[in-house]
Design a protein around this ligand. Structure first.
Ligand SMILES: NC(=O)c1ccc[n+]([C@@H]2O[C@H](COP(=O)([O-])OP(=O)(O)OC[C@H]3O[C@@H](n4cnc5c(N)ncnc54)[C@H](O)[C@@H]3O)[C@@H](O)[C@H]2O)c1
Length: 357
């Protein structure tokens, strides 16, 4: 499709109309020149209700049916993790650019295959690593790049949720949308695949550093009789603690959990440099940046920094479609993070630190 055609209208199809898909319908509909034209879900009632709620003209029960219809320019893939690969490859084989939910796939080889397919086809490809939307993260990275905190020596990063300790996001014991996240048979890689991918991106993007070596310890906590609820075997990790060494020799600790009582959805990153420090907090709606620089280092005084607004990933995808230049974070970036997730499983199993290739 030529950029001129996109400028007139960008027609979006949403595949998978569960929880997160509502946010995509709202955001893509709010972008000038962009329209959500179709909703697809194997649960057709859900697709129809979703379409009615968001004023979407078409609802389909299967991707093949939607592709045969074909009147869309790009797709948002918001199916469960284990479904991303097959559906994204099908969309790309039909020449459709994809904005895929995270994690891109369930392991690095699959994520790499998807990346290579997207790049070979020359299609715009992005992954919704949501916390790139955090103004504070983008501002922090600019300050790191400008050398404001000097060489980074340490960092602490965490992504803390607590939906296994209460009912605040619904009843995980009965609702399918939480149960699939607890079961490897249903394509989940646990807290690591669910939010670990976010915090690894947050920490490495924010610091501007890559991980050179990592060690991970993961836990599956007892939470149901016999470790099962109905069809779901509750066998995937609930909490993961990592130590990492970065390519510049900095040390970091990274923690992610669904059992972090008292936190709903909180990301923290503190970067300790030789000449200053940055403290970032974010959730799905807001973010904050505090700094300790210059003379304030002597008194450990932190002050708040105003951060300019950052375009959301959905906007960056629409801009990539309009310009023809791929946006960030792309499939390749998500695949690189996926490689780290795979290594965490090996590290936990073998009880040792691993070098990242
Ligand atoms: N970026 C973020 O911050 C963020 C937040 C939440 C969820 N997610 C990701 O979004 C994805 C969906 O999560 P969710 O919470 O919306 O899950 P969900 O279970 O609420 O919704 C998934 C939907 O996909 C449908 N579906 C399953 N297989 C399908 C198929 N083959 N074709 C079409 N539809 C199919 C299901 O019927 C369901 O309606 C997951 O990959 C999850 O990790 C990302």
């Amino acid at each position: 499709m030529s950029p001129d055609a996109v400028k007139k209208e960008l027609r979006i199809l949403i595949l998978g109309t569960g929880g997160i898909a509502h946010r995509h319908a709202e955001h893509f509909s709010s972008i000038p020149g962009c329209r959500v034209v179709a909703a697809v879900d194997t649960n057709i009632e859900r697709a129809r209700t979703f379409a009615a709620e968001h004023g979407i003209a078409e609802a389909f029960t299967g991707l093949d049916e939607a592709i045969a219809w074909g009147r869309f320019d790009a797709a948002v893939n918001s199916t469960p993790d284990g479904v991303h690969k097959a559906t994204t490859l099908t969309l790309m084989a039909a020449g459709k650019p994809v904005f895929c939910e995270k994690p891109l796939a369930v392991d690095y080889p699959d994520a790499l295959e998807m990346t290579e397919a997207a790049e070979a086809a020359g299609l715009v490809n992005m992954v919704n690593l949501t916390y790139r939307n955090a103004h504070a993260l983008q501002m922090a990275r600019r300050m790191v790049d400008e050398g404001r905190i000097g060489t980074i020596r340490h960092f602490e990063a965490s992504y803390l949720q607590s939906w296994l300790t209460g009912q605040h996001w619904g009843d995980w014991r009965t609702e399918e949308r939480w149960l699939w996240r607890l079961s490897s048979d249903h394509g989940s890689k646990g807290v690591l695949g669910d939010i670990g991918i976010h915090i690894l991106d947050f920490a490495t993007f924010g610091s501007g550093l890559d991980i050179a070596a990592l060690q991970a310890r993961m836990k599956v906590f007892d939470k149901a009789e016999g470790g099962r609820i109905g069809d779901y075997t509750l066998d995937v990790n609930d909490s993961v603690a990592m130590t990492v060494e970065m390519t510049n020799g900095a040390l970091g600790v990274i923690h992610m959990s669904r059992y972090a009582t008292g936190n709903l959805n909180d990301l923290h990153l503190i970067l300790y440099g030789e000449r200053g420090a940055l403290r970032i907090w974010a959730n799905q709606l807001d973010s904050r940046l505090e700094v300790c620089l210059g003379a304030d280092i002597e008194t450990a005084t932190w002050s708040r920094v105003e951060c300019p607004v950052t375009p959301r990933n959905e906007h960056r995808f629409a801009m990539a479609m309009m310009s023809g230049d791929n946006g960030q974070p792309d499939f390749r970036r998500a695949a690189e993070i996926q490689k780290l997730l795979d290594l965490c499983f090996v590290s936990d199993r073998e009880g040792r630190m691993l070098i990242v290739d």
